[in-house]
Design a protein around this ligand. Structure first.
Ligand code: ADP
Length: 304
């Protein structure tokens, strides 16, 4: 009665059977069961073997916990993450495309009212230039989203990742009077999906730029130390109040106004870094700035 189809039951029975070596082992597995109403629910099943006094296996005891709601929340969170990513990108695109579009429009209007052939030609040159800018932006962004889906884990040079991230971040945030200090050791290789690695640094850089507002210094560093590949993104911005420090990596934690922040940036950063066996620490002083320190294990076969 509990199963979606009879084959599922046979498979379950087979995998649930304990061999002599793991009689005392408690086994957890996630399964799909059918509830009384016919609805499919996700269940985490804890199984242990029942033995008699002689130690012979006489059955299996199973406790099932309905985790459908948890599953649903996980799914929703994953969806929101994707949407947040799209949102940030869309804002970036809108901003970036708007500038050349405004230029093209202005030049076209000027041409309409102009009879001087020489001037008209120079306006058209401007239009071509603006259009090329727009095309470049579209190309960069579509490379970014295409590779996000197709690329698996690869060996990537962290300095290249950081360079590319800075380029991308310039599309998502306005770098007013921000000085850049970049000290990137070349040739430090980690194993990661390059697009995800890039997302880590894009998010950190965009946050840093937001925190600095009009002016400040953004420092990007990567180096090797104690057998790890390390990186730092430091800003001279607003800093993070101590009471917020243990919440900034939580999903949906944001201090930015509605429509500005999603609260998912650092959560995604944390998820990606830990997925590759790395870690991230933050040091911050209100009014002075913030530094995020990242540590990655080197790619296989690399020794630092
Ligand atoms: P969002 O940027 O959408 O708010 P994040 O998860 O990236 O989401 O960041 C969460 C919060 O952490 C921000 O709202 C901000 O308060 C704080 N924060 C993150 N990075 C910095 C930084 N470099 N300087 C100051 N505050 C920061």
């Amino acid at each position: 009665m509990l199963y979606d189809n009879p084959r599922q039951r046979t498979d379950m029975m087979r995998s649930a059977g304990a061999s002599d070596s793991d009689v005392w082992e408690v086994r957890n597995r996630e399964v799909r069961f059918k509830s009384k109403s016919g609805k499919v629910i996700h269940v985490i099943l804890t199984l242990s073997t029942m033995v008699n006094e002689e130690g012979r296996i006489i059955g299996t005891v199973g406790v099932g916990k309905d985790i459908s709601e948890q599953k649903m929340l996980q799914f929703k969170l994953a969806q929101s993450e994707k949407l947040a990513g799209i949102g940030t990108l869309a804002t970036g695109i809108a901003h970036e495309i708007n500038n050349p579009l405004a230029g093209i429009l202005g030049m076209a209007e000027a041409i309409r009212d102009e009879d001087d052939m020489g001037l008209i030609k120079s306006y058209t040159d401007d239009i071509i230039q603006y259009s090329e800018n727009a095309r470049k932006i579209v190309r960069e962004l579509s490379n970014y989203s295409r590779s996000a889906h197709n690329v698996g884990e690869a060996k990537v040079d962290l300095a290249d990742v950081i360079d590319n991230s800075l380029k991308m971040a310039r599309h998502s945030a306005v770098f007013n009077d921000i000085q850049l200090v970049s000290d990137l050791e070349r040739g430090l290789v980690i194993s990661a999906n390059p697009v995800e690695a890039q997302q880590v640094f894009v998010n950190l850089i965009v946050n840093a730029v937001h925190a600095m507002g009009e002016r400040g210094t953004l420092t990007l560093r990567c180096w090797s130390e104690d057998g790890f590949v390390k990186a730092m993104v430091r800003d001279t911005g607003s800093g993070i109040p101590e009471k917020n420090l243990n919440q900034i990596f939580d999903p949906f934690f944001t201090t930015k106004p509605v429509g500005m922040g999603t609260g998912l940036g650092l959560y995604v950063v944390y998820k990606i870094i830990t997925k590759y066996g790395g870690n991230i620490e933050v040091e911050s002083l209100v009014g002075q700035g913030t530094a995020f320190l990242l540590r990655f294990p080197p790619a296989e076969d690399e020794v630092y």
